[in-house]
Design a protein around this ligand. Sequence first.
Ligand code: SAH
Length: 236
Amino acid sequence: MMAVARKIRLIMKLRKSGITDTAVLAAIERVPREAFIPATFHDQAYEDTALPIGRGQTISQPLVVASMTQELKVNDRHKVLEIGTGSGYQAAILAKLCRRVYSIERHRPLLETAEKRLNDLRIRNITCKAADGMKGWIEQAPFDRIIVTAAASGEPPQPLLDQLSVGGILIIPMGRDKSSQFIYRINRHETGYHCEQLMPVRFVPLLPNIARDEPDAVPDEQADPFVLSASFAFQN
Ligand code: SAH
């Protein structure tokens, strides 16, 4: 099957699975996913599957990227923070929908590859840095939207809650292990935060500090789950 046909098949699948936001679907259509994955997997670029990108990390499944992006409710005035640049694909999708993306990655080699790809694709409204994203990006805060693309074990990092604008949305996968992870949407109001549980997912863990690019350390503490209220908002 030709790449164009595979892409159309993927878009149809996303629509059937509940992605109704046409701006999100258009962004997925416009960003070449094959540019973000190793050459050996190019024939799978438009399959609805996660793929390895090196350093034990993965580019997320297109349905998960689309769902998280849809739940983020991004518009072209928004300043968005992403934690976990990885391949740069999710950042590229966001860049089509918002004013500016700030993206943080703890593996410097992944970040350098992602930056080169984004540059080759002439996507200019993304600023990246190698750092521990659990600390947020204080110099650029507050953010209208924050998306975390690695799973927190217990609760959202406090700096991310602090750096979210009032009226803002934080999308974050959380769960103690891969079999019990869910995406959560946290809305910040004048008086506090409201947290909703969305779809089940499987993400690589959100880890502290910059990676030394040796085998990754395991997070040393497991905090209590952060759930203020839960309601299912995702049908799949
Ligand atoms: N958004 C990515 C998905 C990458 S997988 C994409 O579209 O390809 C999750 C990424 O989060 C990994 O690259 C991992 O190294 C990174 N990560 C994990 N913990 C982090 C942290 N504390 N700060 C920054 N990046 C982190």
